[in-house]
Design a binder for this molecule. Structure first.
Ligand code: KMH
Ligand code: ZN
Length: 278
């Protein structure tokens, strides 16, 4: 059986407790969700920070507190968001890399984001990628649209693949303004990725189920979590991130894939050198 891994994105930068009271915002809440999600089958966590009032922040003190808690209590691969919120400056997003996480998100282009714009001009993408390479932080290339995949090809042509690991991409589908989250779009997007790359897919809101099922049918990895979806069904709110991880683990089981834990996901992503295999 082939193995797939699950990333959980528990918080994001957009939703509030009034959207869903179960969303974890404070460091202790995020760490508790991380523990539950690892037990439910997650291998990686994509982290955003919030301040005491619940507003998105890239403050290093907040991010460090979350990372320290996750690392103390879980073995999850830690990925820090460099996307932040649509209001964050390029400078503060770049500075996230000074925390030298194991992985970072790196969005490969600008996209309309509802009525906002998530801005990622080429110069910024290149700077972020070079900083990640310098610090040996493994980027996860976030592609919200087909043009982002074209930019990823250009980035790799110009600067090469990460030396410390795989080219790992996440297809983010169903953002209002990005590519739709349906079967035929996922098939086409996955086929357009650089050959041999590792990939996962994320469906936003109503796209979460079609994207999850299509990714599993293709043997791809998935990202799920309350950053991306707050309703479990038309009539139920998500009760916690572990509920979404459990559903993704069930889908993997039905599709007859093994679940890669954090250790095996690290091996797949080249985060553990083969020479150190026990
Ligand atoms: N919050 C979005 C504007 C990322 O984490 O890298 C950007 C985002 C992507 O969530
Ligand atoms: Zn994010």
């Amino acid at each position: 059986m082939s193995a797939v891994f699950i990333t959980v994105a528990p918080t994001g930068a957009e939703s509030t407790k009034s959207d869903n009271p179960n969303i974890p915002l404070q460091p202790d809440e995020i760490v508790a969700e991380a523990i539950a999600c690892e037990q439910a089958g997650a291998a990686m966590i994509h982290i955003h920070g919030r301040d005491a009032a619940g507003k998105p922040t890239l403050e290093h003190a907040v991010l460090s507190e979350i990372v320290a808690g996750v690392q103390e209590h879980t073995n999850l691969i830690v990925q820090l968001s460099t996307g932040g919120s649509v209001h964050d400056s390029f400078e503060s997003r770049l500075k996230v890399l000074d925390l030298e996480p194991e992985s970072c998100s790196l969005t490969c282009g600008t996209v309309n984001f509802g009525h906002d714009v998530f801005s990622n001009p080429l110069g910024f993408i290149e700077e972020l990628y070079q900083a990640a390479l310098d610090r040996q932080v493994l980027p996860e290339f976030e592609c919200f649209d087909f043009g982002h995949i074209a930019t990823l090809h250009r980035l790799l042509d110009r600067f090469g693949a990460p030396k410390q690991g795989a080219v790992h991409c996440n297809l983010v589908m169903g953002v209002p303004g990005g590519m739709p989250g349906d079967t035929r779009t996922l098939l086409a997007a996955q086929a357009a990725l650089p050959q041999g790359s590792s990939w996962s897919a994320t469906g936003i809101g109503r796209a979460s189920i079609p994207v999850l099922l299509t990714a599993m049918a293709l043997g791809g990895n998935v990202r799920v979590g309350m950053e991306d979806v707050l309703r479990f069904s038309a009539t139920e709110l998500v009760t916690g991130n572990a509920q979404l991880v459990e559903r993704a683990a069930q889908a993997a089981h039905i599709a007859q894939h093994d679940l890669a834990d954090a250790y095996h996901a690290r091996r797949r992503l080249g985060l553990i050198p083969l020479a150190s295999t026990p």
